[in-house]
Write a new protein. Sequence first.
Length: 751
Amino acid sequence: MDSKIRSLVKKLTLEEKVSLCSGSDFWHTKEIERLQIPSVMVSDGPSGLRKQDPRSGIREVNNSIESVCFPAAVNLAASFDTDLVRTVGEAIGDECQAENVAAILAPGCNIKRSPLCGRNFEYYSEDPYLSGKTAAAYIKGVQSKGVGTSLKHFCANNQEFRRNSYDSRMDERTLREIYLKGFEIAVKESSPWTVMCAYNMVNGIQMSENKRLLTDILRKEWGFEGIVVSDWGAVRDRVKGIAAGLDLEMPGSGGTYDRLVIEAVRNKELAEEDLDACVERILDFVFKAAMNHDEGATWDKGKHHSLVRDIAGECMVLLKNENRVLPIKGSDYILLVGGFAKNPRYQGGGSSHIRSGNIDSLLIGYQWNSKLIYEEGFSALDDKYDKARFERAVAAARDVDKVIVFAGLPESYESEGYDRKHMDLPQVQNDLIDAIAAINRNVIVVLENGSPVTMPWADKVEGILETYLSGEGVGVATALALSGKVNPSGRLPETIPLRLEDNPSYLNFAGDSSVIDYREGIFVGYRYYSRKKMPVRFPFGHGLSYSTFSYGMMTTDADKMLDNETLEVTVDVINESDVPGKEVVQLYVEADIPNTRIRRAVRELKGFCKVFLDAHERKAVSFILDKSAFAYYDEELSDWYVEPGDYRIEICRNADEVIMYKTVTVTPKKPKKPVYDENSVYKDIMEDSRAARIAKPFYEKHLGSTEVFGEHPEDSLADMTIRSVVNLGFGDFSYEEMSELINRLNGRKED
Ligand code: BGC
């Protein structure tokens, strides 16, 4: 820490120090005039800047200035394009800089455990690698403008039900591999200025008091150097919080906790050094923000609006395109149906809600085809039936070439603060799609929603375009994608299951208790569906294009490696079509280790790269893989470990479809030494050649005892512990001899 900051802390009174550790109001840190410590402002995120209008009253926290609404987090993840995400981050950073906002309260990096989480639109993916890489790109973009970010909600905040208090319970491997991994990648790759601790508990400990996560893992293991800020109102006991590494309480609980902290320091319940450490970090943040503030900065609303229009199509996922029903041709006579064409859903609800003054509805954006009629069919604002409206739409569908239905979730269906009750679209929408598909073969469904919906009509329609929540340029961007002026190149950042009941968290999501057991463990999203060989509507990573891509040669620069080495993988991608487009090259790793005792997903995403290819162009794409591509979290070692063996490096179309692979053998530099005790079993000992040699005489003696071990002693012994063998051995072996054997198995030198 800067020595100037240290000496400044020495000049502060206890009361001043404590005061700095909470907000002065909803959005500001406190000022200390006598020492020229300024107050700085933070604002939400993530899909744009939600800054409270300075002219509004202290309680009018939702009265925001007008800013640009960018595509939601789910869209950014669907782009599979870290350059695009970074560009969005830069634009948001520009807005923050010009509006004198020190840090934006974004991005959210929580895992989509269930399609029902009310905030799924604000999160990236069911996959931690994609989440972490996308978050890192966003953070790099914003912070390149001298503005901080707040990586949130750390961690395991995966539902809105009892969101302030529930306890996410899971084993250490699940925590490390799934719920921490995205945060770990983002912290290590992009050094966010702040991390926001979540409302919930993790394994019984409130996140705002969780020393293990806030200090031992976040700071000591990952090297985080910024401040930990509480989610708004997430503090339960700030004395414990400060000791755990929580720096800034927001908004500030009207000073209630300040008094308690002062008392705790005076009574020596809280070490003053712990408080000082928080104050030093807060001052570092405040001065960094002040130093980086550019008084003359401006931003261009029109430019950012165009940016949204340009990029939104790149995040759209073309789920189905039978008989090349899309793109729409100029000669097609089209019926547009659905309230979403008029009142598009382009953002989610809650703290991320942007006050945008410039929303393109599809009808405004509709300049690509003059032969168009429109029937509302159903409203975008609710789920009510209107018989006359419904029937008019069906009747109009008879005489047109193609029908495009704009379906989606009404705003009230998904928001921060509550979870969805089911995964379905309003029934009126499903019924209307069915009715229209019964009379017109060329139906295209365009979806506007923040998280997956069931699609009972999927086999009856020709085209499905998932646009998620595209931001304020939604109408034009959708028109461009439908007409082929933009080639949609998004891929699903989550699985779309056939039905909610298939989701691995189904039996343990939300429910009636505050204790949420993450019983599915590491098998979240595609990790579960592929292991179970379960059919899904659309797999993770799926997405079509108006171009046709194929793959050429795949090479690796080695076929054997140690886990402290890296591996370069190169693959050729070819655009076989006349249509320029972007392909997402997806690299997964699959362990090919017979008899492994490690339960793993079939394959895991370990690399992706979006690449533009002109008509008939060919390009080589390379990836560098390191230990993290092969390792699992080993609870015995309390560390990441690469099981020795073969691994397939797979280039895939999506999580279910392998295009080509190469096998490499990976060996850990420091192989794990097995530890034996009286509960070690025969099979394990025999698999370790050194141990097998030592234990052979012991087992030979017992294998002869067919009376005890049956006709097939090898089989009956397989899972038997050393202790049981001794116990069943008619006193042939003593416990002393057993201890001697265990000592030798564990590595006495002469063995
Ligand atoms: C949300 C945060 C948000 C904060 C400030 C909380 O309720 O969980 O994501 O940044 O409010 O609006």
